[in-house]
Design a protein around this ligand. Structure first.
Ligand SMILES: Nc1ncnc2c1ncn2[C@@H]1O[C@H](COP(=O)(O)OP(=O)(O)O)[C@@H](O)[C@H]1O
Ligand SMILES: [Mg+2]
Length: 302
């Protein structure tokens, strides 16, 4: 059964469309990403999936339950990691998990599950610590542990690694991969293209409340973008790019101080740059950021 089926889902605030006709079909065991900049409508979309925000229009079922009508029954089968950790600051790690379990009526015999989740979140030895004593990464892992207490089939994560340092992000990524390997369905939002590229089986690129492209990360890149990219930054490099560079490239994008040259094969470009040793450049493979730029005309970080 399709885990999330949304058709023409929309949300307006004050006559302004924040989510503007979104269709989704998310299958069991997938890690599905919503990739887009701040304000794209990602959180609003997730809140509608969870029955927390009522759609202005559209049809939605989650785990076979009509939402928002049957949201209560659906939420018992779903785990949520919100954009900001909503942990109880007066409680310890263990108490936060026990309290959350009680919301699901699961306090009976939950001890082993709580221990397992503390292990999953690598918080052993911190069971008695207050939330305030935890690092940002630990708090996020505790939020994740909490979201798993009811053994959910679907886990929904809103920007799971925003604000975390690279090590803490890696830690969360490992755990999300483990959840997916366990066969759970994951839906996450992010504005980090490397997070989307690494974790998601499939993703939707969202901008201005609409899905502008959808597919497997690699397929999206192959479908929309030439594989080789040169980044030219600064006066001389930019000048070179506008002239000789562009003549050898398939396409270019001018993004402020940087000129991006796209090519199916960059060997001629690199040879020309080899003959111009003062020009500084970065040569890389195309990524989802390039797809986003091509389809929306602006940066993911806007
Ligand atoms: N309750 C609300 N009332 C009015 N506008 C809102 C509300 N919630 C979100 N918005 C607006 O909707 C747009 C999308 O917000 P959001 O879904 O939070 O985007 P994202 O999570 O992609 O950053 C933003 O412009 C935001 O200001
Ligand atoms: Mg958001």
């Amino acid at each position: 059964m399709t885990v999330v089926a949304a058709r023409a889902l929309a949300k307006e605030y004050d006559g302004h469309a924040v989510v503007d006709g979104v269709d989704l079909a998310i299958e069991p065991g997938e890690c599905f990403g919503l990739l887009g900049p701040n304000g794209a409508g990602k959180t609003t979309t997730l809140r509608m999936l969870l029955g927390l925000t009522h759609p202005s229009a559209g049809e939605l079922t989650v785990l076979g339950h009509a939402v928002p009508e049957q949201a209560r029954a659906m939420r018992a089968r779903v785990g949520v990691v919100p954009q900001t950790d909503a942990l109880d600051p007066d409680f310890t790690v263990r108490e936060n998990l026990l309290t959350w379990a009680s919301y699901f009526g699961l306090e009976q015999g939950i001890g082993p599950r709580v221990d397992e989740m503390i292990g999953f979140a690598a918080l052993q030895g911190r069971e008695g610590a207050g939330v305030a004593a935890l690092s940002g990464g630990m708090r996020r892992r505790l939020s994740l542990a909490r979201a798993l207490i009811n053994d959910p089939e679907l886990v929904v994560l809103d920007e799971p690694t925003t604000g975390l340092d690279p090590q803490a992000r890696q830690h969360i990524w490992q755990r999300l991969r483990r959840l997916r390997d366990d066969g759970r369905t994951l839906i996450l939002t992010t504005h980090y293209m490397e997070e989307a590229e690494r974790l998601c089986d499939r993703l939707a690129i969202v901008d201005g409340g609409r899905i502008v492209a959808e597919g497997r990360p690699r397929d999206l890149i192959a479908r929309h973008i030439e594989p080789c990219v040169l980044e030219l930054r600064g006066g001389a490099a930019w000048q070179w790019g506008r002239g000789e560079g562009m003549a050898l490239a398939a396409r270019s994008e001018d993004v402020g101080d940087t000129l991006l040259l796209y090519a199916h094969d960059d060997s001629e470009l690199l040879a020309a740059l080899g003959a111009a040793p003062t020009i500084e450049y970065l040569s890389r493979r195309a990524n989802l950021e390039d797809v986003f730029l091509r389809l929306t005309g602006h940066d993911l970080r806007d």
